[in-house]
Each structure stands twice: as structure tokens, then as C-alpha cells.
Design a protein around this ligand. Structure first.
Ligand SMILES: N[C@@H](CCC[C@H](N)C(=O)O)C(=O)O
Length: 268
């Protein structure tokens, strides 16, 4: 029997397991089955809490719904922060955790959690990719790879068709990329929709995708930090950053909700 907690961050939902004693060994197939919305718990991904190896409080492991491990997940990091904060008594207000994308921290601020993200890298603009419904496509790695395209009519966009065309484009082979579609709705406010690698569909929110899209909004319009981001699930989150010039950034933060939904146990 596997005990788990179901959580979501702005509608991006996760199965969370406590594996601090490293007694749980799930195969890729078992993780995919747990995340299956018809045959399992149902989630966009699975988070596992493991013991840290580098002096942080915990180690963060993240698996997409297809069972493949990813370096980071922004919404997952907020849920991981809220979950691990409760593992100590009294509840911690700041938790640090190592991820494949570096050591991050989560700070509990009222009902929200703020993640201090790793510095973005590999930023590249106006990629040599032409797709019928889209304008210029940009790329940055904000913990995981993200392509961002600005579009005129976000609600009408076929995110699955266009997202898959970018995700599987030769330019991003062999690892592929997540794909975000953004439009400005105010000077420091954008709306985005995201196609997630490993879910192979649109999710209600993607934290690392919000960070990527906000950084390009700053580069393209000069909008100052923080930038508000509306996501498909209806929430508005906030991205902070410090521009260093030459399209480099530090102190990127992601602030938004992290909600506990239910706990349960399931046979695997
Ligand atoms: N949901 C995420 C990103 C999860 C990883 C992604 N699907 C990938 O494979 O790169 C987020 O909130 O950042």
C-alpha cells in the first residue's frame, strides 16, 4: 500500500509521497499508473520527498505524468515547500531543497508559497522555427526547457496542436521542450497557456513556464518586476526577477498557491 497526499498548485496537480526513508521504489510504469486520471489517483506529476545529500532540508524528485523524471517543476516546488514545511514541528516558514536544477528555497507567505528559483540559462530569441499560427518563438531554461510564443488570440489557440508541434520540433531534439503561449493583458500583466512535456497536453498552470514567459515579457516590452501571470486554471501568480543586462537574470521568484486536496492510500 502506498500512502500519498494529493496537492495542486494553481491547478497543476500532484501525487506527493514521503520517501525520506527511501523505502519506496516506483517504476516509471507505476508512476504513470498513479498519475493516470482513469486508472489511478490522477495527476500531472508525482513529487517525492527524499533525504538531502548537500546540506539542504530535503531532496526534491519530480516525475511527469508519463513517469519520466524532470529536473524541476515550479508549481510542484510550491507544493513540495508547503508539504515539507509541515514535516517539522513547529511548521517551518522556509524550507530548502535540492533539485536537479539546483538548490531552491520555499517561503510560506500567508496562503501563498514563494520559490527562489535557479538562474535561467540558454536564453535564445527569435528561433529559426516557422509554424503557421505563430509568430516568433523564444527559448529559455528556467529549471526545465521552455519555448515561448506570443499570440494574439490566446483563448482561441489550439494549444495541443501548436504545443506538440513545438515540443517535438527538431530544434529541441532530443530532450524536447515545454511550450507556452502568451499574450499581454496589461503593462505588467500577461496571460499564458502551456503544453507540458511529459503530460503531452495542456495543464492548468506551469510555474517554470510562467517564469519563462514573464522574462520574455520584460525583454520585449520593458515591463518591470514583478509581473503578474494569469493561467488557464483561473489563478494569477506573480513572478519577480532582477535583470542583469544582456538578457541575463537573477533572483527569479515564483509566488502562488499550494493547496492540500486529500490524503489516501493505493495499491501499486
Ligand atoms: N509543471 C511544471 C513543469 C514540470 C516539468 C515539465 N513537464 C518538463 O518535463 O519539463 C511547472 O510548474 O514548472
Amino acid at each position: 500500500m502506498l500512502n500519498f497526499t494529493k496537492m495542486n498548485g494553481a491547478g497543476n496537480d500532484f501525487v506527493v509521497i514521503d520517501n525520506r526513508d527511501l523505502s519506496i521504489n516506483l517504476s516509471k510504469e507505476q508512476i504513470a499508473q498513479l498519475c493516470d486520471r482513469h486508472r489511478g489517483v490522477g495527476a500531472d506529476g508525482l513529487l517525492a520527498v527524499e533525504p538531502a545529500e548537500n546540506g539542504a532540508d530535503y531532496k526534491f524528485r519530480y516525475y511527469n505524468a508519463d513517469g519520466g523524471e524532470a529536473e524541476m517543476c515550479g508549481n510542484g516546488a510550491r507544493c513540495f515547500g508547503a508539504y515539507t514545511a509541515r514535516l517539522s514541528s513547529p511548521t517551518k516558514e522556509i524550507v530548502t531543497f535540492e533539485t536537479i536544477a539546483g538548490t531552491l528555497s520555499a517561503e510560506l507567505i500567508g496562503d501563498n508559497v514563494r520559490i527562489a528559483m535557479s538562474d535561467p540559462f540558454d536564453l535564445d530569441m527569435n528561433l529559426p522555427i516557422a509554424l503557421p499560427d505563430l509568430g516568433n518563438i523564444h527559448f529559455v531554461n528556467t529549471g526545465v526547457p521552455h519555448a515561448v510564443a506570443y499570440v494574439k488570440d490566446l483563448p482561441a489557440l489550439d494549444v495541443v496542436k501548436n504545443g506538440a508541434a513545438i515540443r517535438y520540433h527538431d530544434h529541441f531534439a532530443p530532450n524536447g521542450t515545454n511550450a507556452n503561449f502568451a499574450c499581454a493583458i496589461g503593462p505588467d500583466h500577461i496571460a499564458i497557456r502551456t503544453y507540458e512535456r511529459g503530460v503531452e497536453g495542456e495543464t492548468l498552470a506551469c510555474g517554470t513556464g510562467m517564469c519563462a514567459s514573464a522574462l520574455f515579457h520584460h525583454i520585449l516590452t520593458g515591463a518591470a518586476s514583478p509581473i503578474k501571470v494569469d493561467v488557464a486554471g483561473g489563478d494569477t501568480l506573480e513572478i519577480g526577477f532582477e535583470p542583469l543586462g544582456d538578457n541575463k537574470f537573477s533572483n527569479v521568484t515564483l509566488t502562488g498557491p499550494a493547496d492540500f486536496v486529500f490524503t489516501g492510500s493505493i495499491e501499486v
